[in-house]
Design a protein around this ligand. Structure first.
Ligand code: MF3
Ligand code: CO
Ligand code: CO
Length: 265
């Protein structure tokens, strides 16, 4: 049965609120971008995020979200997602996903990018490229009223030739006045998930996590947040907040200086 999305659809005024939240979040990512280099600690990145957000009168959504202790997620190398900023210094050869979510006037913007630190291995470059291409392949197939399952189908086509794992445990999500809401947006075709249509007015994220090796992850029992690949191989991710409109998908979190569709890492 196809579920109704009626209760999730935003009116014009609410769409503008989401546009403003996405725009601020993207500005924030551009603000920290030049600093994401060898020698910075992930805790310093977190401080930059916190300062810029609060200086502009907004709220970093991760801080205290279900007990999360910092203002952004920094997921280095084999960390799939939900890495907690700490004293780890980024080094030449690392890859790091920085995932930023802001609350602007009660509405959420959510996005992430994986950054290459200096000269990285071929494998690191490939998994980053694959995750980026998966996000845009998924965006490319979006049409008003299309089925959520088409997203996973597009992603698996991109990842298959690489033989990379597509994370299943963590999914994209509806976004609005709360961080994670209906619908779930799986990045893998799975008939257990609902086939809700992506109707105009629906706002959601797509955020594929791609692993060099197996798709499974393990949560660090010491912090109950950090998710690492089960085989300690590299993982990369990109995320945008997307509003479906009558004309098609509108990306709400486009940065000035970030990688564009077709970018080669
Ligand atoms: N930003 C993540 C997402 O894309 C969620 C992070 S939850 C946190 O959904 F608590 F770890 F911040
Ligand atoms: Co998200
Ligand atoms: Co996010």
């Amino acid at each position: 049965m196809v579920k109704s999305t009626k209760h999730l659809l935003l009116n014009d005024e609410q769409c503008d609120k989401m546009r403003a939240a996405g725009r601020f979040n993207a500005e924030l990512l551009d603000h920290i971008r030049p600093q994401i280099q060898a020698g910075i600690t992930t805790a310093e990145i977190d401080l930059l995020v916190h300062a810029y957000t609060t200086d502009h009168g907004h709220i970093p959504a991760p801080l205290n979200y279900r007990g999360f202790p910092k203002s952004c997620c920094t997921s280095v190398n084999e960390v799939i997602c939900h890495g907690i900023p700490d004293q780890h210094t980024l080094e030449n050869g690392d890859i790091v996903n920085v995932d930023i979510t802001s609350i602007v006037d009660g509405w959420f913007g959510d996005q992430s990018e994986t950054f290459l630190i200096g000269n990285v291995s071929d494998e690191a470059r490939q998994v980053t490229q694959c995750a980026f291409d998966c996000l845009y392949a998924a965006i490319d197939i979006l049409t008003p009223g299309c089925s959520i399952t088409e997203i996973g189908e597009a992603i698996v086509e991109v990842a298959r030739p690489y033989n990379f794992g597509i994370v299943r445990e963590y999914v994209g999500h509806g976004l609005g006045k709360s961080f994670h809401q209906e619908p779930s947006i799986p990045h893998y075709p799975d008939s257990r998930f609902n086939r809700m249509p992506l109707d105009p007015g629906l706002c959601f994220t797509i955020e594929p996590m791609i692993n060099v090796g197996r798709f499974q992850g393990i949560i660090d029992p010491l912090d109950n947040w950090t998710v690492r690949t089960i085989d300690s191989k590299l993982s990369a991710q990109f995320e945008h907040t997307i509003l479906m409109t009558e004309e098609g998908p509108e990306l709400l979190t486009i940065t000035e200086n970030g990688p564009r569709p077709g970018h080669k890492f």
